[in-house]
Design a protein around this ligand. Structure first.
Ligand SMILES: Nc1nc2c(ncn2[C@@H]2O[C@H](COP(=O)(O)OP(=O)(O)OP(=O)(O)O)[C@@H](O)[C@H]2O)c(=O)[nH]1
Ligand SMILES: [Mg+2]
Length: 284
Protein backbone atom coordinates (compact mmCIF):
# COMPACT_ATOMS: atom_id res chain seq x y z
CA UNK A 1 0.00 0.00 0.00
CA UNK A 2 1.28 3.49 -0.76
CA UNK A 3 1.90 5.74 2.25
CA UNK A 4 -0.17 8.91 2.58
CA UNK A 5 0.98 12.32 3.87
CA UNK A 6 -1.77 14.78 4.77
CA UNK A 7 -0.70 18.43 4.51
CA UNK A 8 -2.76 20.88 6.56
CA UNK A 9 -1.98 24.58 6.01
CA UNK A 10 -3.17 26.48 9.07
CA UNK A 11 -3.11 30.10 10.12
CA UNK A 12 -4.91 30.84 13.38
CA UNK A 13 -7.20 27.83 13.18
CA UNK A 14 -7.02 26.63 16.82
CA UNK A 15 -10.81 26.69 17.18
CA UNK A 16 -11.36 24.57 14.09
CA UNK A 17 -8.73 21.86 14.50
CA UNK A 18 -10.80 19.73 16.87
CA UNK A 19 -13.35 19.37 14.06
CA UNK A 20 -10.71 18.31 11.56
CA UNK A 21 -7.74 16.38 12.96
CA UNK A 22 -9.69 13.65 14.82
CA UNK A 23 -11.58 12.87 11.61
CA UNK A 24 -8.46 12.03 9.60
CA UNK A 25 -8.59 8.28 8.88
CA UNK A 26 -6.16 6.24 10.92
CA UNK A 27 -3.60 4.54 8.75
CA UNK A 28 -2.26 7.70 7.14
CA UNK A 29 1.51 7.75 7.27
CA UNK A 30 1.85 11.32 8.61
CA UNK A 31 -0.07 14.52 9.15
CA UNK A 32 1.95 17.71 8.65
CA UNK A 33 0.51 20.99 9.88
CA UNK A 34 2.15 23.89 8.08
CA UNK A 35 1.84 26.81 10.43
CA UNK A 36 1.54 30.32 9.03
CA UNK A 37 3.05 32.01 12.09
CA UNK A 38 -0.22 31.66 13.97
CA UNK A 39 -0.73 33.96 16.92
CA UNK A 40 -3.37 31.77 18.57
CA UNK A 41 -3.02 28.27 20.03
CA UNK A 42 -2.93 26.47 16.68
CA UNK A 43 0.29 24.56 17.39
CA UNK A 44 -0.50 23.58 20.99
CA UNK A 45 -4.03 22.55 20.03
CA UNK A 46 -2.79 20.41 17.14
CA UNK A 47 -0.25 18.70 19.39
CA UNK A 48 -2.87 18.03 22.05
CA UNK A 49 -5.33 16.57 19.55
CA UNK A 50 -2.74 14.55 17.68
CA UNK A 51 0.54 14.05 19.60
CA UNK A 52 2.25 12.45 16.59
CA UNK A 53 1.50 15.38 14.27
CA UNK A 54 4.48 17.01 12.53
CA UNK A 55 4.54 20.80 12.73
CA UNK A 56 6.56 22.79 10.23
CA UNK A 57 6.80 26.55 9.95
CA UNK A 58 6.04 27.82 6.49
CA UNK A 59 8.63 29.60 4.42
CA UNK A 60 7.40 32.79 2.78
CA UNK A 61 3.89 34.18 3.03
CA UNK A 62 0.52 32.87 1.87
CA UNK A 63 -1.29 29.55 1.50
CA UNK A 64 0.68 28.67 -1.62
CA UNK A 65 3.98 29.16 0.15
CA UNK A 66 2.67 27.07 3.07
CA UNK A 67 1.63 24.23 0.80
CA UNK A 68 4.98 24.24 -1.00
CA UNK A 69 6.72 24.02 2.38
CA UNK A 70 4.49 21.08 3.25
CA UNK A 71 5.07 19.28 -0.05
CA UNK A 72 8.83 19.56 0.45
CA UNK A 73 8.55 18.13 3.98
CA UNK A 74 6.28 15.21 3.08
CA UNK A 75 7.75 11.71 3.08
CA UNK A 76 4.73 9.69 1.90
CA UNK A 77 4.08 8.30 -1.59
CA UNK A 78 0.84 10.26 -1.81
CA UNK A 79 0.18 13.85 -0.71
CA UNK A 80 -3.30 15.00 0.29
CA UNK A 81 -4.08 18.72 0.81
CA UNK A 82 -6.57 19.36 3.61
CA UNK A 83 -7.80 22.71 4.94
CA UNK A 84 -7.72 23.29 8.69
CA UNK A 85 -11.00 25.22 8.91
CA UNK A 86 -13.39 22.28 8.52
CA UNK A 87 -14.31 23.04 4.91
CA UNK A 88 -12.76 19.92 3.43
CA UNK A 89 -13.92 16.59 4.84
CA UNK A 90 -11.19 14.18 5.99
CA UNK A 91 -13.67 11.34 5.36
CA UNK A 92 -13.17 11.92 1.63
CA UNK A 93 -9.43 11.11 1.78
CA UNK A 94 -9.95 7.43 0.80
CA UNK A 95 -11.83 8.48 -2.36
CA UNK A 96 -8.88 10.64 -3.42
CA UNK A 97 -6.36 7.89 -2.65
CA UNK A 98 -8.51 5.41 -4.56
CA UNK A 99 -8.49 7.67 -7.63
CA UNK A 100 -4.67 7.69 -7.48
CA UNK A 101 -4.24 3.95 -6.96
CA UNK A 102 -6.70 3.44 -9.81
CA UNK A 103 -4.26 5.18 -12.12
CA UNK A 104 -4.54 8.95 -11.85
CA UNK A 105 -1.41 11.04 -11.28
CA UNK A 106 -3.50 13.84 -9.79
CA UNK A 107 -6.87 13.59 -8.02
CA UNK A 108 -8.63 16.91 -8.15
CA UNK A 109 -11.63 17.72 -5.98
CA UNK A 110 -14.70 19.13 -7.68
CA UNK A 111 -17.68 20.70 -6.00
CA UNK A 112 -19.59 20.71 -9.27
CA UNK A 113 -19.72 17.02 -10.13
CA UNK A 114 -22.74 14.94 -9.15
CA UNK A 115 -22.11 13.96 -5.55
CA UNK A 116 -20.17 17.13 -4.81
CA UNK A 117 -21.36 20.51 -3.55
CA UNK A 118 -20.55 23.56 -1.52
CA UNK A 119 -21.98 25.45 1.43
CA UNK A 120 -19.10 27.92 1.42
CA UNK A 121 -19.39 29.83 -1.85
CA UNK A 122 -21.43 32.97 -2.36
CA UNK A 123 -22.85 33.52 -5.85
CA UNK A 124 -20.17 36.00 -6.95
CA UNK A 125 -17.43 33.47 -6.14
CA UNK A 126 -19.31 30.76 -8.03
CA UNK A 127 -19.52 33.03 -11.08
CA UNK A 128 -15.85 33.94 -10.87
CA UNK A 129 -14.82 30.32 -10.50
CA UNK A 130 -17.01 29.30 -13.47
CA UNK A 131 -15.42 32.01 -15.62
CA UNK A 132 -11.96 30.75 -14.71
CA UNK A 133 -13.00 27.15 -15.41
CA UNK A 134 -14.04 28.09 -18.95
CA UNK A 135 -10.90 30.14 -19.50
CA UNK A 136 -8.74 27.16 -18.49
CA UNK A 137 -10.73 24.86 -20.79
CA UNK A 138 -10.27 27.32 -23.63
CA UNK A 139 -6.53 27.79 -23.09
CA UNK A 140 -5.45 24.33 -21.99
CA UNK A 141 -8.21 21.88 -22.95
CA UNK A 142 -9.34 19.34 -20.45
CA UNK A 143 -12.79 19.07 -19.00
CA UNK A 144 -12.43 20.56 -15.54
CA UNK A 145 -15.66 21.26 -13.70
CA UNK A 146 -13.98 23.21 -10.88
CA UNK A 147 -10.79 25.23 -10.49
CA UNK A 148 -10.30 27.31 -7.34
CA UNK A 149 -10.67 24.51 -4.82
CA UNK A 150 -8.04 23.45 -2.33
CA UNK A 151 -8.84 19.76 -1.94
CA UNK A 152 -6.49 17.72 -4.12
CA UNK A 153 -4.24 14.68 -3.83
CA UNK A 154 -1.36 13.47 -5.97
CA UNK A 155 1.64 11.15 -6.11
CA UNK A 156 4.51 12.90 -4.30
CA UNK A 157 6.85 12.13 -7.16
CA UNK A 158 5.11 14.62 -9.46
CA UNK A 159 6.03 17.55 -7.18
CA UNK A 160 9.37 18.27 -8.92
CA UNK A 161 7.69 18.08 -12.32
CA UNK A 162 5.07 20.68 -11.40
CA UNK A 163 7.68 23.34 -10.51
CA UNK A 164 5.22 25.30 -8.39
CA UNK A 165 6.14 28.83 -7.39
CA UNK A 166 2.90 30.67 -6.49
CA UNK A 167 2.56 32.06 -2.96
CA UNK A 168 -1.15 32.72 -2.49
CA UNK A 169 -4.47 31.00 -3.07
CA UNK A 170 -3.68 30.93 -6.81
CA UNK A 171 -1.43 27.92 -6.18
CA UNK A 172 -4.45 25.68 -6.73
CA UNK A 173 -4.93 27.18 -10.18
CA UNK A 174 -1.23 26.80 -10.92
CA UNK A 175 -1.34 23.12 -9.93
CA UNK A 176 -4.46 22.38 -11.95
CA UNK A 177 -3.00 23.99 -15.06
CA UNK A 178 0.46 22.47 -14.66
CA UNK A 179 -0.94 18.93 -14.56
CA UNK A 180 -2.63 19.67 -17.89
CA UNK A 181 0.52 21.25 -19.33
CA UNK A 182 2.60 18.28 -18.25
CA UNK A 183 0.15 15.80 -19.77
CA UNK A 184 -0.49 14.04 -16.48
CA UNK A 185 -3.55 11.92 -15.80
CA UNK A 186 -6.24 13.71 -13.83
CA UNK A 187 -9.25 12.28 -12.03
CA UNK A 188 -11.87 14.65 -10.71
CA UNK A 189 -13.31 13.49 -7.39
CA UNK A 190 -16.74 14.74 -6.28
CA UNK A 191 -16.27 16.67 -3.06
CA UNK A 192 -18.46 18.56 -0.64
CA UNK A 193 -17.13 21.83 0.79
CA UNK A 194 -18.65 22.82 4.12
CA UNK A 195 -18.69 26.32 5.52
CA UNK A 196 -15.68 27.00 7.76
CA UNK A 197 -16.53 26.20 11.36
CA UNK A 198 -15.13 29.28 13.15
CA UNK A 199 -13.40 32.52 12.24
CA UNK A 200 -13.16 34.27 8.91
CA UNK A 201 -11.40 33.08 5.77
CA UNK A 202 -8.35 34.86 4.43
CA UNK A 203 -9.37 34.70 0.78
CA UNK A 204 -10.34 38.12 -0.55
CA UNK A 205 -12.44 37.81 -3.68
CA UNK A 206 -11.10 40.67 -5.82
CA UNK A 207 -7.35 40.63 -5.08
CA UNK A 208 -7.15 36.85 -4.97
CA UNK A 209 -9.38 36.50 -8.06
CA UNK A 210 -7.02 38.88 -9.84
CA UNK A 211 -4.04 36.72 -8.85
CA UNK A 212 -5.85 33.65 -10.23
CA UNK A 213 -6.51 35.45 -13.51
CA UNK A 214 -2.88 36.57 -13.78
CA UNK A 215 -1.76 32.99 -13.13
CA UNK A 216 -3.98 31.63 -15.93
CA UNK A 217 -2.59 34.18 -18.42
CA UNK A 218 0.99 33.64 -17.26
CA UNK A 219 0.63 29.89 -17.80
CA UNK A 220 -0.82 30.48 -21.25
CA UNK A 221 1.48 33.16 -22.61
CA UNK A 222 4.86 32.76 -20.91
CA UNK A 223 6.86 30.08 -22.59
CA UNK A 224 9.72 29.86 -20.12
CA UNK A 225 7.69 27.86 -17.63
CA UNK A 226 9.41 24.60 -18.29
CA UNK A 227 8.69 22.12 -21.02
CA UNK A 228 5.22 20.92 -21.83
CA UNK A 229 5.29 17.15 -22.04
CA UNK A 230 3.48 16.23 -25.22
CA UNK A 231 0.66 18.13 -26.83
CA UNK A 232 -1.89 15.43 -26.34
CA UNK A 233 -5.09 16.02 -24.44
CA UNK A 234 -4.98 14.84 -20.83
CA UNK A 235 -6.70 11.63 -19.91
CA UNK A 236 -9.54 11.82 -17.45
CA UNK A 237 -10.36 8.84 -15.33
CA UNK A 238 -13.68 7.91 -13.86
CA UNK A 239 -13.13 7.20 -10.20
CA UNK A 240 -13.05 3.45 -9.80
CA UNK A 241 -12.27 2.70 -13.43
CA UNK A 242 -9.73 -0.04 -14.12
CA UNK A 243 -6.26 1.38 -14.63
CA UNK A 244 -5.39 -0.05 -17.98
CA UNK A 245 -8.78 0.63 -19.55
CA UNK A 246 -8.37 4.27 -18.69
CA UNK A 247 -4.99 4.65 -20.38
CA UNK A 248 -5.17 6.17 -23.80
CA UNK A 249 -2.69 4.80 -26.35
CA UNK A 250 -1.99 8.42 -27.35
CA UNK A 251 -1.10 9.37 -23.85
CA UNK A 252 2.60 9.61 -22.92
CA UNK A 253 2.28 7.72 -19.66
CA UNK A 254 3.84 9.66 -16.82
CA UNK A 255 4.14 6.66 -14.58
CA UNK A 256 3.45 3.05 -15.00
CA UNK A 257 1.37 2.82 -11.88
CA UNK A 258 1.34 -0.95 -11.90
CA UNK A 259 5.11 -1.29 -11.95
CA UNK A 260 5.78 1.92 -10.06
CA UNK A 261 8.27 3.16 -12.62
CA UNK A 262 8.60 6.55 -14.19
CA UNK A 263 8.56 6.87 -17.96
CA UNK A 264 12.08 7.79 -19.15
CA UNK A 265 11.11 11.15 -20.63
CA UNK A 266 9.44 12.23 -17.38
CA UNK A 267 12.34 10.88 -15.35
CA UNK A 268 14.76 13.01 -17.38
CA UNK A 269 12.53 16.04 -16.98
CA UNK A 270 12.25 15.52 -13.25
CA UNK A 271 16.01 15.23 -12.83
CA UNK A 272 16.61 18.32 -14.90
CA UNK A 273 13.98 20.39 -13.05
CA UNK A 274 14.19 19.33 -9.46
CA UNK A 275 13.88 22.54 -7.44
CA UNK A 276 13.14 20.74 -4.19
CA UNK A 277 15.90 18.19 -4.48
CA UNK A 278 13.31 15.54 -3.65
CA UNK A 279 14.01 11.95 -4.64
CA UNK A 280 12.03 11.06 -7.72
CA UNK A 281 12.83 7.40 -8.10
CA UNK A 282 11.74 4.26 -6.32
CA UNK A 283 8.64 2.11 -6.36
CA UNK A 284 5.48 2.41 -4.32
N1 LIG B 1 0.05 28.28 6.80
C1 LIG B 1 -0.86 29.07 6.19
N2 LIG B 1 -2.12 28.63 6.04
C2 LIG B 1 -2.99 29.46 5.42
C3 LIG B 1 -2.64 30.73 4.92
N3 LIG B 1 -3.73 31.29 4.35
C4 LIG B 1 -4.73 30.40 4.49
N4 LIG B 1 -4.28 29.30 5.12
C5 LIG B 1 -5.02 28.08 5.47
O1 LIG B 1 -5.52 27.54 4.26
C6 LIG B 1 -6.81 27.02 4.46
C7 LIG B 1 -7.80 27.72 3.52
O2 LIG B 1 -7.78 29.10 3.81
P1 LIG B 1 -9.13 29.96 4.04
O3 LIG B 1 -8.72 31.24 4.65
O4 LIG B 1 -10.12 29.13 4.75
O5 LIG B 1 -9.57 30.24 2.56
P2 LIG B 1 -10.93 29.89 1.87
O6 LIG B 1 -11.38 28.51 2.31
O7 LIG B 1 -10.77 30.09 0.44
O8 LIG B 1 -11.84 31.01 2.46
P3 LIG B 1 -13.22 30.82 3.27
O9 LIG B 1 -14.17 30.15 2.30
O10 LIG B 1 -13.60 32.19 3.62
O11 LIG B 1 -12.92 29.93 4.45
C8 LIG B 1 -7.13 27.21 5.95
O12 LIG B 1 -6.77 26.04 6.63
C9 LIG B 1 -6.21 28.36 6.34
O13 LIG B 1 -5.85 28.33 7.70
C10 LIG B 1 -1.27 31.15 5.10
O14 LIG B 1 -0.86 32.24 4.71
N5 LIG B 1 -0.43 30.28 5.74
MG1 LIG C 1 -11.87 28.03 4.14
Amino acid sequence: MPTVSVIVPAMNEAQNLSYVLPRIPCGVHEVILVDGHSTDDTIATAQRLMPEIRIVQQQGRGKGAALRTGFAAASGDIIVMLDADGSTAPEEIPAYVRALTDGADFAKGSRFLPGGGTADMPLHRKLGNKTFVYLVRLFFGGQYTDLCYGYNAFWARIVPILELDRDGFEIETEMNIRVLRRGLTVAEVPSFESARDFGVGRLRTIPDGWRVLKTIFRERFQNQLGPVVGLVPPVFLEVGSPVMAARSPRFPMAFDILRGEMAPEIQALAEEHDPLGAPVTGGF
